[in-house]
Structure formats: C-alpha cells, structure tokens
Design a protein around this ligand. Structure first.
Ligand SMILES: Nc1ncnc2c1ncn2[C@@H]1O[C@H](COP(=O)(O)OP(=O)(O)OP(=O)(O)O)[C@@H](O)[C@H]1O
Ligand SMILES: [Mg+2]
Length: 602
C-alpha cells in the first residue's frame, strides 16, 4: 500500500489557516489590514475576552459588492493581485487572498458589507469553512462590519495554547498601535469588554498621534523633515533624551507601509542613541522607510512580518547617519531670553510646540524652556547612570528609593553663564567630573562631554571657514588598516584633506598619517572612526566632525586644576555649552538648598 497520499481539503485548510491565524491578534491584524486597504477613514475594533470570544471590526471603507461575496472566504480570492508581475510591486497590505479564508476555517464569522455607491448591503456567514448563502442586510452607509467569534472552536489544541485574556489583548494592541502610528490621518477606536482603551481621532501630525497613542509628551518627540530621494523615502519620529524606556517596547520600524521587524536595522538605531543615553535604557523611535518595491521581499512568510531587503547593510549605515544627524540638530541646547523669569526646565520642545515653531522644523531640543506647568526637571541617580527626568513635583521624589541628586537649572542661561564664569574649582571626582562652586550651587561638569563640545565647535568653525589648522608630523604615524578602511580612504581622500588629515598609502595594508587637525588630541583614533564610515563624501560634515571629536577625547585624561579651569572658560565660550554635540548634558547643578533637604536640615 502506498504511503503517500494527498491530504483531504479540510486538513489542508486547517494547516494553511494555522500559518495565518495563530491567535486573536492575527485575526485583528488581517481584518485591520483589509480595512486599511479598503481606504477606511475610521476603524472601530470591539473585543471580548482578549479577542477569544469576539473580534468585531467596523470600517467605513469601500465595502464589498454583492458580486464579490460568492468568491469571499475561498482560498486565493483577492481583489489586490491579478498576475504574477503584480507581486513585484505590491502596494496593498494584503495580496495573498488567504486571510478571510483562513479566519473562516477556524472560527465563526459574520460579514456584512455595503459597497460604495450601492444602496444595498449583504451579509454572509461562515463557520469552520462552511459558507452560507449571502442574505440582504441593512447598513446606514458604505463599509464593512465583521464579527469573528469562537476562534479555534474546531482546533482545540491551538485554543489550549492561547494565553490569558490580558496577554492576548496586549498582543492585539501591539498589532493596532503601529498602524495607528502609520496612519495619523485615520481614526481608530478600540474597546475591550465594553471599555474604551484607545480612542484616537484624526491627529494633527504624526508626532501628535504618537504622543496620544503611546502616552508620550509630544514636545519630547523630534519629527525631522522627511527625506525623499530617488532611492528611498524616510519619515521618522525620534524620542529625545527625555524618553528613556527600560525595555525596547517603543521602537517601530515600517518598510513600505508595513510594520516589520529587523534585528539588524533596530540594532543600528539603538547604537546611535547610545551616544546620548546612559546604559540599559532604550529610546522611542518610529522609522518609516519606503524603498523601491523590487528591493524588498515581503513574501517570505504568510504573516508578512519578516521582510528581506536588498543591500541591508548600506541601508543601515544610511539610517544611522540620518538619525544621528537628526538627534544632533534636534537636541542642541537653545538659549532663551531673560524676559521670562525663573523656573526654566531642561526639557524638549517639540516642533510646533508652545514656542510657535512650525511643524516639521527639526528644532526639537534639549532646551531651557519656560516652565509653564510647574514641571520641575531633575536628574535622578540610579546605579552608575544619571538619568534626566521630568517630574511634576520635586517633593514626590524625596523618598529614599528615588535618590534625588540634582535639580537642574532654574534660571535663564544668561545669568547661568555669568555664575559659571566666576565659579571656583573645588576638585575633580573620579577623574571624570570637575566640581565647581558658585554662590549657593555646586556645578558638576562632565569633563569628556565638555571637551567634546569644545573640540567640536572649534573644529566645525574651522571646517566651515575652509581653514582647518593643521599639525604636521615630523615622523608620520603609520597605521595598519583593513581592506575596507583602505577602500574608504581611497574614496574619501578629498573629504579627509578638507578636515585637515594628510594621509598617504604606506604599503598594501597601511596608511601613513602625515598631518592632522591641530585641535585633535588623538588624531589616529579620529581617523579610524572616519574610515569606518566608508564613503565620507556622502555624510554630513557636522556628523563626521562630531564623531571625530568624540573619538578623539575618549581617553580618560587626567587634568590639573589649571586645565580644568581653562576647560570651563573654553566651554563657556561655546555657542552651545550645555550639551555635548549629541545632546548629552555637559553639567548639572546641585543647589545647597537641595542638599539641605537631603540632610533634613529644612
Ligand atoms: N474590510 C474590507 N473592505 C473591503 N473589502 C474587503 C474587506 N475585507 C476583505 N475585503 C475583500 O476581500 C478580499 C479577500 O480578503 P483577504 O484578506 O482574504 O485577502 P487579501 O487582503 O486580498 O490578501 P491577504 O490574504 O494577503 O490579506 C480582498 O482582496 C478584498 O477585496
Ligand atoms: Mg487581507
């Protein structure tokens, strides 16, 4: 007897359905994508028991015509793809014609729809793959209404593996929220067991939507101008230094309008934030990338979560650079005029926030902004790291568990500069921090961050003036290089010389450094960092300058008192003395009144 036989149709359908429908969240994903594909402007999602007993979706999209109902819930029935060539350039979220069929084979479904331009509505019921005949129904306007109940009633093994209602509901939110971020111009309502959980009206801006959907302050979200060129389009929302998460739970990546996961791209994005973040905290970002349809393959897995990209490492490099640049220009400190008295907070102003800047202008920052809602910013020490945070009431933090260490600047930066100018060096702590005293305050200056800022401004000024001061070396410094570094040098000679680096080839695998920018204490290290970038002419000059400076001050140099005092004066001469080029704070202020409180003297 032969062992090989073709499976019966009902077994085939359950296997296929199993790949698409893993849990209630998968049903939500498929139905939501259909509603979005249908151009719905408002989507309502009503759930019961984590979606296990009911997923009910209502949209005001184009609807489904009576003639199309008979084909619905049949495998490979789709309106979105007709020929194999269409797969090369998929513009809709759906394309396989599998979702409804799969949902219909593992659940009980009632679908009602009224097509745009039609006066009639129809309803069709399906249970475990068995379709009933469509019957007339009534609907006030066009759109589609689908109820999915009894998920996995005929696959008990799968039903057993479902998690608690709360866990399943969380998964559903994880599906809905990325789409809410992607479509700020559409409204979303989500209820669970009759309770409204998300009610997002049409948002004024992508940042506004993200703030509302994720419970963030929109002034902490940087929305750089979208980048559009022939190869790709990029829109981004980037949390600033004030949004620090213990988990990577607010990180969203979209490729060609589809939420995707990519360990590689997400690794690189997190790396950029390490320039400004303390260890063990993670940023918020939503990165929406559009590349030519031919460069991305979404047809890897039925759930379409994974995508394959052509030239992924080049793309990662590009992303790194633009995010770094956006953070740099988006988080530089801003001075405010002295006419607003007292209480200025270290916080971030979102584009279009209270200060009236236009939306999309990449000027969101770490600023000394007027404190309008009695928000007192503080730095809180946790373990090794110093974490800036904004709290509403200073007293709420004065508990032992919270270890409050330093209220931040509460005055205009003009008088702040004056006070710092006359500050007296008290000493240096762990070779990293200079302590200055001025009046009733102790200023703790991060020596490296300060040095980075000073170098960067000096170097940048010289580069932009086309007059980089060069230090010639009597004996060239010879560096062994990798083939990639050699290639990068070959492609970047011009940019390197405009930066003041004179480099020659020295044998097949070495370069000789003959001259370097005079401001750089550690030029070899800086050169190494630049060569790691590949083709330097493609990268923004300020980004390169900041990286070179950062690399150049890495060493934990010891400074004597005169050097420390000199550093402070050089810092105060900077345009932007309060943060490092990437936006990390350069110093914090500890007021004596604060210490008094810690010692219970008041
Ligand atoms: N909410 C809706 N509004 C309008 N048309 C819909 C809706 N849901 C489904 N459809 C129609 O039903 C068809 C089948 O949907 P289904 O989700 O099964 O397949 P698909 O979206 O084409 O592809 P995929 O399986 O990749 O999702 C769609 O192509 C679309 O024409
Ligand atoms: Mg679909």
């Amino acid at each position: 007897m032969s062992k090989v036989h073709v499976l019966p149709a009902d077994v085939i359908s359950k296997i296929a359905a199993g790949e698409v429908v893993e849990r209630p969240a998968s049903v939500v994903k498929e139905l939501l994508e259909n509603s979005l594909d249908a151009g719905a402007k408002r989507i309502e999602l009503h759930l019961k028991e984590g979606g296990k007993s009911l997923v009910h979706i209502k949209d005001d999209g184009s609807g489904i015509a009576r003639d199309d109902l008979d084909a619905l819930f049949t495998r490979h029935a789709t309106s979105k793809v007709a020929a194999a060539s269409d797969l090369e350039a998929i513009l809709s979220l759906g394309f396989r014609g599998e979702a409804l069929y799969s949902v219909g084979s593992v659940a009980e479904v009632a679908l009602r729809s009224r097509a745009q331009g039609s006066a009639e509505a129809w309803e069709i019921a399906v249970k475990g793959g068995e379709k009933a005949r469509p019957v007339p129904a009534t609907m006030p306007s066009h759109g589609t209404d689908i109820r999915v109940g009894e998920i996995f009633f005929n696959t008990p093994a799968r039903k057993k593996f479902l998690k608690s209602d709360a866990a399943e509901f969380e998964q559903i939110l994880n599906v809905v929220i990325p789409y809410a971020l992607l479509y700020p111009e559409r409204a979303f309502l989500v209820t669970h067991n009759g309770r409204t959980v998300l009610d997002l009206g049409v948002a004024a801006s992508p940042a506004g939507r993200a703030a509302e959907a994720l419970g963030l302050e929109s002034r902490h979200i940087i929305a750089p101008k979208p980048i559009e060129d022939s190869v790709c389009q990029l829109r981004m929302l980037l949390g600033d230094i004030n949004i620090q998460r213990p988990r990577r739970d607010l990180q969203y990546l979209f490729i060609n309008g589809r939420p995707v996961q990519s360990r590689n791209l997400s690794f690189h994005l997190n790396e950029v934030y390490k320039l400004i973040f303390p260890p063990a905290v993670h940023p918020f970002f939503a990165v929406m990338l559009t590349v030519p349809a031919g460069d991305v393959d979404v047809n890897v897995h039925p759930t379409k979560r994974e995508v394959r990209l052509r030239d992924e490492s080049r793309l990662a490099g590009f992303l790194r650079r633009v995010v770094e640049q956006a953070l740099m220009s988006g988080t530089s400190a801003r001075e405010v005029t002295a006419d607003r008295p007292e209480a200025f907070s270290l916080t971030s102003a979102a584009p279009g926030a209270a200060d009236g800047r236009a939306e999309g202008v990449p000027a969101a920052k770490l600023v000394f902004a007027p404190n309008q809602r009695s928000v007192v910013p503080v730095f809180i020490a946790s373990d090794e790291s110093v974490r800036p945070a904004v709290v509403n009431d200073l007293t709420t933090l004065a508990t032992p568990s919270e270890q409050l260490t330093a209220p931040f600047i509460t005055e205009t930066s003009v008088t702040l500069k004056d006070r710092l100018a006359t500050a007296r060096l008290v000493g240096t702590f762990v070779r990293k921090y200079h302590l200055f005293e001025s009046g009733e305050s102790l200023f703790v200056v991060d020596q490296h961050a300060a040095q980075e800022r000073i170098l960067f401004e000096k170097f940048r000024r010289q580069i932009h003036a086309g007059k980089v001061e060069v230090q010639h070396l009597l004996t060239p410094l010879v560096m062994n290089v990798t083939p990639q570094e050699m290639l990068s040098w070959e492609n970047s000679g011009e940019r390197l010389s405009s930066f003041g680096f004179e480099v020659e080839q020295f044998g097949p695998a070495a370069l000789a450094l003959r001259a370097h920018p005079a401001v750089m204490p550690n030029p070899q290290q800086a050169l190494r960092v630049l060569l790691a970038e590949g083709e330097l002419t493609r990268i923004d000059v300020d980004v390169l300058a900041s990286r070179a400076c950062r690399a150049s001050v890495m060493a934990g140099d010891k400074m004597d008192a005169a050097q420390a005092a000199h550093q402070l004066q050089a810092l105060l001469a900077c345009d932007d003395p309060y943060t490092c080029p990437h936006g990390r704070p350069v110093f914090i202020e500890l007021k004596s009144s604060f210490l008094d409180r810690q010692f219970l003297r008041t």
